[in-house]
Write a protein that binds this ligand. Sequence first.
Ligand code: ADP
Length: 633
Amino acid sequence: MRKKQFKAESKKLLDMMINSIYTHKEIFLRELISNASDALDKQYYNSLGEDTGLSRNEYIIRIEPDKAARTLKIIDNGCGMTEEELETNLGTIAKSGSLDFKNDNDEKKTDIEIIGQFGVGFYSAFMVSDKVVVESRANGSDQAYRWSSNGADGYYIEKCDTPAEHGTVITLYLKPDAEGEEYSEFLEEYELTSLVKKYSDYIRYPIMMNCETRVPKEKAEGEEDKPTEYETVMEDRRLNSMVPIWRKNKNEVTEEEYNGFYTEKYYDYEAPLKVIHTKNEGVPAYDSLIYVPAHAPMNYYSKDYEKGLALYSNGVMITEKCAELLPDYFNFAKGLVDSPDLSLNISRELLQHDRQLKIIAKNIEKKIKSELEKLLKDDREKYEKFFEAFGMQLKYGIYSTYGMAKENLQNLLIFKSTNEEKYVTLKEYEDRMAESQKGIYYACGETVAKIKMLPQVEAVINAGMEVLMLTNDIDEFTFKMMRDYDGKQFINVCTDSLDIGTDEDKQALEQKNTDEKDLLDFIKETLGDKVVAVKFSNRLGSHPVCLTSGSEITTEMERVLNAQPISEKIKAQLTLEINSEHAIASKLADLYENDKEKVKKYANLLYSSACLISGIPVEDPSAMSDLICELMV
Ligand code: ADP
């Protein structure tokens, strides 16, 4: 018999499995059981309508530990494999995606993460075994074949006699025990039973094992009154409840089971942030099990990401991803809906118009919203984690629906605030607003630190008020779409007129702007198109200058919009504001009387430094530097 070599890719994965430091080696059992269950599904569907087909309850998965031989068998009477199938299915890795994923740029990703993210399938058997033997007979075939391998150096395929009927017997020769690695526990009834419960409880075929059972001893005649004695016998027992987790009652499901179902089904290595399990008795009746992941999946912001929930009718899957069940702004949710009121043979096109489905979708939307609101209220830390992963989607939801989703989503938004730099909700902000405050103050910038340094922000903080600090590109667009929150306008402290300062202050400023009109016009003329106006201001704290923009297109929006591939560049309408209290104001007035050329230089320099503060690139940095030096010497 000739030994065959594994394909290069398979060998890599195999090496990974053999040398695995993966702490959940136990998942091998889950993988082999799911393969058996798939094989039973295939056999069942293929033989529908045939007289020879077994009835559904005759399809069984069996687990057979043998302590003396130190082997564990997993047996099914599913479709089996032909010689060629053994060769292609077990000699070549099916899920080559797991290896593609580990490219050179990804060195940081550990093997554990890779194993955790993908179903690893058959090869996981090598995490616990020195040798694996697969004996299989394909449906309708009069010859069975044996595939055997002790891992690294290849495999053999030969003819054999078992199994007698279609199906597969996998025999694992468990590795010897070592310190901290007790492979013999996989021969223990208790361990195997709890592993099946943990990972494979909802498998729809019975998973049977011969188990020790204590039964009352039969009493001899005349001994009826004696206390009952017990003896231990071996009896077949079904280990799985076969009821899908979502059809159970909430109090029958442990957190571990909920999380286990999630991590296995959605290939996530991290437990979900929130589980939402509902049973609805109304019309339509349905069970739903929805998860909010703890982090965005890798492809979340790419075109490959498909939203949707799986749709089942009475435990049988209709479609794996039903997009209609989720609004775009909750596209991060994963899970399923099972309703007996949906017809099984409903087509994808019909689904879109199905009234029942629309009602379910509306209910689910409401439920996710209320659960998120609850999370925000009860567990702020968790909510912030959620928001950091998916908050962008909520904001985008408001923006992309032109504000239509505002009512639904506005109370789920949180923003960093100048008050303790913590996240606050709009409601919390509103509750703290001073009575005189016209609206909700915000400022935009790249980082919280940069925003806090803006002169306008400093002035508002000094006046004892709070400013929301927006650091995401989408933020300001979202506010523009919302217009207001609970009747309170959003006010950009860098652009809109603020109501800080007394009436006298305002009058004095107006007077100064009138008195010095010639100087201001001269500076405006010097700067040309760069600004639309130049004026004195009293909201700059200790800083000499700043740039403000009209509220239609702010400098932040200009930056975001111009980063898009659009042909015509968008320009914010900028005003140069000079601090009327600052020494530079009187200096300018003085120079205007005596040295107009110098005013021009000052104007350019003030403008450039204002650009720097606002995060606008200076057009000609070397000219600016020359100018500084010229004025210094
Ligand atoms: P996956 O199950 O993800 O496709 P595996 O490595 O677990 O990858 O299995 C590879 C293939 O081997 C399966 O797709 C299936 O065709 C076949 N196979 C594995 N176990 C069995 C089994 N018990 N009965 C029939 N075919 C099986």
